[in-house]
Design a protein around this ligand. Structure first.
Ligand SMILES: Cc1cc2nc3c(=O)[nH]c(=O)nc-3n(C[C@H](O)[C@H](O)[C@H](O)COP(=O)(O)OP(=O)(O)OC[C@H]3O[C@@H](n4cnc5c(N)ncnc54)[C@H](O)[C@@H]3O)c2cc1C
Length: 420
């Protein structure tokens, strides 16, 4: 029997919504979490989780459960951009996480939904939210229905939209976009047997990229990205297109794909959604995950950020609901902190997802590839465990250029074009 008054209602129960519901329920709040999907459920997304993301899973007691789904640990990464090759791995994170994982979303999201339920959140799957309930300008609940069912209404002190890029909650409250840019690429991906490449993230031979991520069931997710204006052409023959991109960027891996690889599932094609930040708080409502903030998947930060800011939001909600400070003030701070903490990743992602490097990033990555210690810093940076202000620090870069004897005219130490 569902109650109809809650502390918090969370709309959407994937990588943002379930952790939020779980964390609040663990604090003793009455939480209702609804999703129109029924789990296990797939969603269009590749699966890369940075060490920082696995760190959240570990701290919540869920990493072992994700690993137990059969997803392999990855401890060597091959990254290339044009003719720059960077291979290696980050140092072990302070919390002991020494691997990255690429679990299928059917596996990962189910672990998260179950954990929310075990923590005491009430869950309704197969429930579509059609609108919000308002009292003046304050959101006080949701309305919606299960398939074929009658409309139901549930009320709460706070409604959180964790309902993805096309967020119903964001639309209902009119959350404006205050930062944004058009997405650069499309993606085609599928699951392959017989492709034993390890982890590859390779950009080159023009504006295109392929990636290979070992995942559950001994399969590798192979993905190809190109600029959106080539989508129509690519759709004519995606198998040939994938083969062409891999062979052009790395002929050896192209041969392996041709000789040993078998595509095991249909392709998932997609034009990437645009990059944006939306206002993510207001009277009686908040947004988390892609509902409030999204950037190109190039750097694989969507899942890790969903975890990170679900935890941040849970702390702010706790401050508000426990009476330590006004809820609206705590929610406003959530957005400010989220934007500040994600600024560096957002900027880097938008720049390198254009599939060509600015002179600054070209110099930084090229010099990085020439020094083992800086390679570890690089992988630490993209893992979310090495500070951007150190990796991109002007003094640090000047020292790197000196150490690897980098050409004087190419020693960019800042995005404004300053050379060392
Ligand atoms: C092609 C692609 C590849 C990606 N690859 C990676 C990667 O390798 N690594 C990475 O970290 N990130 C990646 N991302 C980004 C990542 O997938 C997203 O950032 C992440 O899934 C966002 O999670 P979320 O929980 O905020 O939203 P979603 O995963 O979109 O979940 C929203 C949920 O809300 C539910 N919902 C929506 N509307 C309603 C409604 N009206 N009523 C009820 N329920 C509703 C939906 O059913 C859904 O379950 C990729 C994204 C794309 C598109």
């Amino acid at each position: 029997m569902k109650r109809n008054m809650y502390d918090v209602i969370v709309v959407g129960t994937r990588v943002a919504g379930s952790p939020l519901a779980m964390l609040l329920a663990r604090q003793g709040y009455r939480v209702l979490a609804v999703d129109r999907a029924t789990f296990p459920s797939d969603t269009p997304s590749t699966h890369y989780i940075h060490q920082a993301g696995s760190g959240f899973l570990k701290s919540w007691g869920l990493l072992d459960r994700v690993v137990a789904t059969g997803v392999p640990a990855i401890r060597h990464l091959n990254f290339s951009y044009t003719d720059i090759d960077i291979a290696g791995f980050a140092r072990t994170a302070p919390d002991g996480v020494d691997a990255v994982y690429c679990p299928r979303r059917t596996a990962l999201d189910t672990v998260l939904v179950e954990a929310a339920g075990e923590a005491g959140a009430e869950l309704i799957q197969g429930f579509t939210v059609s609108g919000l309930v308002f009292d003046g300008d304050r959101v006080v609940g949701i309305r919606g229905s299960e398939a074929g069912g009658t409309e139901q209404e549930f009320r709460a002190k706070l409604v959180v939209g964790a309902d993805g890029a096309n967020s119903t909650v964001a639309k209902a409250v009119g959350a404006e976009t205050y930062e944004g840019s058009a997405a650069a690429c499309f993606i085609y991906y599928s699951y392959y047997d017989g492709v034993d490449w390890g982890m590859q993230h390779r950009t080159g031979f023009g504006e295109q990229q392929f990636a290979g991520w070992p995942t559950n069931d001994d399969q590798t997710l192979v993905a190809v990205m190109r600029k959106r204006d080539r989508f129509r052409e690519f759709r004519q023959d995606p198998d040939a297109g994938v083969q062409e991109v891999v062979s052009q960027i790395d002929p050896e891996l192209g041969e392996l794909l041709r000789d040993k690889g078998t595509r095991a599932e249909p392709f998932r094609p997609m034009l990437y959604p645009d990059n944006y930040r939306r206002k993510s708080h207001g009277p009686g409502w908040a947004l988390v995950g892609d509902a409030g903030y999204h950037k190109d998947p190039f750097t694989g930060w969507g899942i890790t950020d969903a975890f990170k800011y679900a935890q941040l939001l849970s702390e702010k909600i706790h401050q508000g609901l426990s009476g330590a400070r006004p809820l609206d003030e705590a929610l406003a701070e959530y957005q400010v902190e989220r934007d500040a903490q994600s600024a560096s990743t957002y900027e880097l992602t938008l720049s390198i997802s254009e599939l060509s490097l600015t002179p600054y990033y070209d110099s930084v990555f090229r010099a990085t590839s020439m020094d083992e210690e800086y390679i570890k810093n690089f992988f630490g940076l993209i893992a979310g465990i090495y500070p951007p202000e150190k990796y991109f620090g002007e003094e640090e870069l000047a020292a790197l250029y000196e150490k690897v004897n980098f050409p004087l005219e190419a020693r960019h130490v800042s995005k404004s074009g300053v050379t060392a």
